[in-house]
Design a binder for this molecule. Structure first.
Ligand SMILES: [Fe+2]
Length: 164
């Protein structure tokens, strides 16, 4: 199916926004199941970035006369998700959270690379710039995780079997 550059752009913006809303909720789950302070702090920082990413996309959608569910609603998911996970789950999932986080960042990187190209073709320089800006944060988060695979494995092992 072919479509006009601006129609394609609105679809790509909506997809990216839905992706960020999902990412925000996934981050909530990961935060609730992560007790390692450094990893948890990184996830919390990235959750703040994710909120900002969604907000920027909403601005771009509004400029095209489209509405998305507001990033303001995202905060409401926090308590419900945190409640759903007991403390006993903490430490059980650092490796899975790292793997899933790494995969999610790369899906986001791909989505923003495409959004940037679509925006360029539609003549929307501001959306192209938002796509680049958001993508930089996703790349930084993926790189942060990739620097620590050994640390994530250590978190799942008894202290005596950890890497020196
Ligand atoms: Fe992300």
């Amino acid at each position: 199916m072919t479509t006009s550059p601006s129609g394609q752009l609105v679809e790509a913006l909506k997809d990216a926004h839905a992706m960020e809303v999902n990412a925000f909720e996934d981050l909530e789950s990961m935060i609730a199941t992560t007790s390692d302070r450094e990893f948890r702090a990184a996830l919390e920082a990235h959750r703040r970035q994710t909120y900002e990413h969604a907000r920027r996309l909403e601005e771009r959608l509004a400029d095209h006369g489209e509405e998305a569910s507001s990033a303001k609603d995202l905060g409401g998911t926090l308590k419900a998700t945190a409640k759903a996970f007991g403390d006993e789950l903490r430490d059980a999932k650092p490796v899975k959270n790292a793997r899933d986080g790494y995969a999610a960042e790369h899906a986001e990187i791909g989505a923003y690379a495409l959004l940037e190209q679509i925006a360029v073709r539609a003549g929307d320089a501001r959306t192209a710039s938002v796509a680049r800006e958001n993508r930089r944060d996703e790349e930084a988060m993926a790189a942060w995780i990739a620097d620590r695979w050994d640390h994530f494995v250590d978190l799942t092992l008894d202290p005596g079997t950890r890497a020196a």
